[in-house]
Design a protein around this ligand. Structure first.
Ligand code: SAH
Length: 223
């Protein structure tokens, strides 16, 4: 066995332990589909080399530019609330490392597509590179202000916002299908994760839990 094979074995074992811990945790209880998706995504390919050894810990990690890759339990929870299905079209706001987009990509399969908008060009390049290296072809990362959504590919079945907004940006609600779902953290310092369902008339929103995300910065975000 080559040293690269050995390294892969170690990472696989760490990943299995991470998923096991999530399955035992009282906060998130990922379903079978989310657990399998997280088992398939090599999280260590999405973090900077300086924190590679911590890739499978259940906490956020720095990815540069003052931004973070969310903790695995948060990714599991948000994917679970969205009830992602094969073939869906999903919009993510805040590509960061590309990890969360990769987990979504696993859940929607190759007949689906993830569009992710990232504000910081360096992170656009970083996430594209990571997604390419990990082999995800059905994820497209675009540079822009995600508070405006991505009208050219709308409407979306699901929207996942991975930074905290002052309120739901109206363009995101417009670009969500009727019957679609969005997860979004709301608040500046004390934030809560909301699950929003778009109905024929209006929306239904449910507060899920307290969270800590970096701010959504943009026209309908924080300035
Ligand atoms: N989903 C990421 C974590 C992202 S952290 C992962 O799996 O690694 C939040 C990201 O949102 C940061 O990269 C930040 O630059 C980005 N962001 C903040 N405001 C934004 C905006 N208006 N549009 C797009 N991205 C934004």
């Amino acid at each position: 066995m080559t040293s690269a094979d050995k390294e892969e074995r170690v990472r696989e074992d760490e990943r299995r332990r991470m998923v096991k811990r999530l399955q035992l945790s009282r906060v998130c209880y990922p379903g079978e589909d989310v657990s399998e998706a997280m088992m398939r995504v090599k999280r260590h390919l999405f973090v900077p080399p300086s924190v590679m050894e911590q890739a499978y810990g259940d906490y956020p990690l720095p990815i540069g530019e003052g931004q973070t890759i969310s903790a695995p339990h948060m990714v599991a929870m948000m994917c679970g609330y969205l009830e992602l299905k094969k073939g869906e079209k999903v919009l993510e706001i805040g590509a960061g490392s590309g990890y969360h987009a990769a987990v979504i990509a696993e859940l929607i399969g190759e007949t689906g597509h993830v569009y992710s908008v990232e504000r910081i060009q360096w992170l656009v390049d970083f996430s594209r590179e990571n997604l390419k290296r990990a082999g995800y072809k059905h994820v497209t990362v675009m540079q822009g202000d995600g508070t405006l959504g991505l009208p050219e590919h709308a409407p979306y079945d699901k929207i996942s916002v991975t930074c905290a907004a002052p309120a739901i940006p109206p363009p995101l609600l417009e670009q969500l299908k009727v019957g679609g779902k969005m997860v979004i953290p709301i608040g500046r310092y004390l934030q809560e994760l909301y699950l929003v369902k778009k109905k024929e008339k209006g929306i239904e929103q449910e507060k899920k839990c307290d969270v800590a995300f970096v701010p959504l910065v943009g026209q309908y975000g924080f300035r």
